[in-house]
Write a protein that binds this ligand. Structure first.
Ligand code: ADP
Ligand code: MG
Ligand code: MG
Length: 278
């Protein structure tokens, strides 16, 4: 029951793959006036790129999520040209933008972000959802500087851990099991969390290279080297996030009908050392 005339459109906040993202305010008679974000998706582009399923899943997945570290979807509507997602506004924008400005973050600042992202992921994973596109462009900061996971366009259900084979997401964040065409599950998000940790602390991608083939090769070899300033705890955390044994542990915890709760993931990450530097 929403349409474009129920909103005042404000400034553009970002560019998506299928259209712009705008700040907006509700001005529906009877409805409380509040600020939100409209993510516009051009129907012809969605159709020509064949991603209708992804858009449908983005909406369906986000609708069921309620977590302080995940962008809330309030509703959606469409007209003849576009689909509009009504999203919670993250007042400080992309984590990526802040990272580029700062160059790199201190380990304690990084640890704060990483623990919030992992809280969000642990919640997602209890709902059998894999995000598959964790990276600084898709992590947004709220007014208090809290992280909120956004952009569920690549998300997918994990009904069984071995049903997924598609290579999804962004090359430098893709897990080796995906590149190798193996079955994969929620652990690909944990891998991405490790890559994210590196990028926040070092200000550069861990497997960066001039051409995509080399990036893939470095990922598959788990070739990690750290600048001198990276602490032992942080190194250990990143090594564990890429370790397939840790992947398996997480998968085992979640398929053992012992749900991977927020607590168990945080406790688990405590084991992973980095959080001890907060
Ligand atoms: P795409 O699926 O096309 O990548 P995103 O959902 O990632 O689109 O949105 C594109 C950009 O718009 C983001 O990288 C960010 O800069 C901005 N943006 C998206 N959602 C929000 C939001 N809820 N609050 C603030 N900025 C946002
Ligand atoms: Mg995005
Ligand atoms: Mg997307």
């Amino acid at each position: 029951d929403w349409s474009l005339k129920d909103f005042d459109i404000g400034r553009p906040l970002g560019k998506g793959h299928f259209g712009k993202v705008y700040l907006a305010r509700v001005r529906k008679p009877g409805a409380e006036s509040f600020v939100l974000v409209l993510k516009c998706l051009a129907k012809d582009e969605v159709a020509s790129k064949g991603v209708q399923t992804q858009v449908r899943r983005e909406i369906e997945v986000m609708q069921q999520l309620r977590h302080p570290n995940i962008i809330r979807l309030y509703g959606w509507f469409h007209d003849s040209q576009r689909i509009y997602l009504m999203l919670e506004y993250a007042g400080q924008g992309e984590l990526f933008k802040h990272l580029r400005k700062a160059g790199r973050f201190s380990e304690s600042r990084s640890a704060r972000y990483i623990s919030q992202v992992s809280d969000g992921l642990a919640y997602l994973h209890t709902k059998n959802i894999i995000h598959r596109d964790i990276k600084p462009e898709n992590l947004l900061l709220g007014m208090q500087g809290e992280v909120k996971v956004g952009d569920f366009g690549w998300s997918v259900y994990a009904p069984s851990e071995d049903s997924q084979r598609t290579i999804a997401g962004t090359l430098s964040y893709v897990a080796p099991e995906m590149i190798l065409g193996q079955a994969y599950g929620r652990a690909v998000d944990i891998w991405a969390l490790g890559v994210l940790t590196y990028e926040l602390i070092c200000g550069a991608e861990p497997f960066g290279a001039d051409n995509p083939r080399t990036v893939q090769a470095r990922i598959c070899r788990c070739e990690l080297s750290f600048p001198d300033f990276v602490s032992i705890n942080a190194r250990s955390f990143m090594h564990k996030a890429k370790n397939p044994a840790i992947h398996l542990l997480l998968v085992a915890q979640s398929s053992n009908s012992r749900p991977l709760t927020r607590l168990s993931l945080s406790t688990h990450l405590m084991d992973l050392d980095l959080l001890t530097v907060i």
